[in-house]
Design a protein around this ligand. Sequence first.
Ligand SMILES: [Zn+2]
Length: 174
Amino acid sequence: MPSLEELLDFIETVMGPYARKVFEYLVELGEEASDSQISEALGLKVNEVRKALYALSEYGLLSYRRVRSKETGWFIYYWRINIDDINGILLLRKKEILKKLKERLNYESENSFYYCPVDGTRYTFDEAFENGFICPRCGAELIYIDNEKTKKILLERIRILEEELRRELRSPNN
Ligand SMILES: [Zn+2]
């Protein structure tokens, strides 16, 4: 299980520095807070705070309760941390993996690949083309790789992971 520091680093990498500040503030506060309260406490613009809150809630890290203001008639959202057990962290990891798998699938879909039958080096079409479809390492003729199978495997892993995430997000613990 990752430490809070690791979680904060993850948040900053994926959702930016404001999301990290907002999350850290809510951890220290230990109770729910409205967006205007958070923006005042951190000296950030309300819009920036809201963007961070939405990003964090998309990752299942926060949840909110909304109350209609008697004065203005508008909704006030009270946000709180949604991670109270390891499941939340595991969910995060899965989302991270899912994102990487999707990036890999994109890469596989947008490129075609060649490989050297002698040393096994893989080249993109552009790299192979630049070298006249000859391996720059050993001079062997490059062979086209059909990556349909790779794409199918990636798609299947993405499908399974998305299904798992859907199930877990529906469960009462999340
Ligand atoms: Zn070679």
